[in-house]
Design a protein around this ligand. Structure first.
Ligand code: MN
Length: 202
């Protein structure tokens, strides 16, 4: 039996992002939703292993779709937790390479925030806004991901991301995704984004 995916611990307490993201949301989001993606990804791996071992037929397309969905959820949420920090440590303005790169590629921090927020607010249904780095053109690029596995730009490393599934905000912001997106900037961990960019920038 191969290795399995594991739910990572949050790098802070469940109430650390208050008042911007409530303890209740974080408990459900990490302990239930993310945990379910880990279980789902492992279940897909197990089905594939079992079929290999027993030579039994499986609904390959369905299993691989489950795997893609759950694996995508696991990877994105693992990053999302690190992308945030308690207000004070999170929020404010970036420093380091990420600040220079945002200025170079977007013109200013305010322009970046406006465009990233727009991307987050306009995701159709459940999904994510992501900032990626494309080493081929040495540029930060924006994308929206539908659900957690569709429309992603294959192979590009993620610098930061914002979950705009309803489970990420509904209990606190109800249907006002825009208000959640604006509040989220207060807990964005710029240091983490800078570290991620530093790892992949040429
Ligand atoms: Mn989520």
């Amino acid at each position: 039996m191969g290795k399995r995916y594991e739910l990572p611990a949050l790098p802070y307490n469940y109430n650390a992002l208050e008042p911007y993201i409530s303890e209740q949301i974080m408990k459900l989001h990490h302990g239930k939703h993310h945990a379910a993606y880990v279980t789902g990804a492992n279940a897909a791996l197990e089905k594939l292993e079992k079929a290999r071992k027993e030579g039994s037929p499986i609904d390959m397309r369905a299993v691989l779709r489950d795997y893609s969905f759950n694996f995508g959820g696991h990877v994105l949420h693992s990053m999302f937790w690190e992308n945030m920090a308690a207000p004070g440590r999170g929020g404010g303005k970036p420093g380091g390479k990420i600040a220079d790169k945002i200025n170079a590629d977007f013109g200013s921090l305010d322009t970046f925030k406006a465009q990233f927020s727009d991307a987050a607010k306009t995701v159709e249904g459940s999904g994510w806004a992501l900032l990626l780095y494309d080493a081929n053109i040495d540029q930060l690029v924006l994308t929206q991901v539908e659900k957690q596995n569709l429309m992603h730009l294959a192979g590009l490393p993620i610098i930061l991301g914002l979950d705009v599934w309803e489970h990420a905000y509904y209990l606190q912001y109800w249907n006002d995704r825009g208000k959640y997106v604006e509040a989220w900037w207060n807990v964005l961990n710029w240091e983490d984004a800078d570290k991620r960019l530093g790892k992949v920038q040429k």
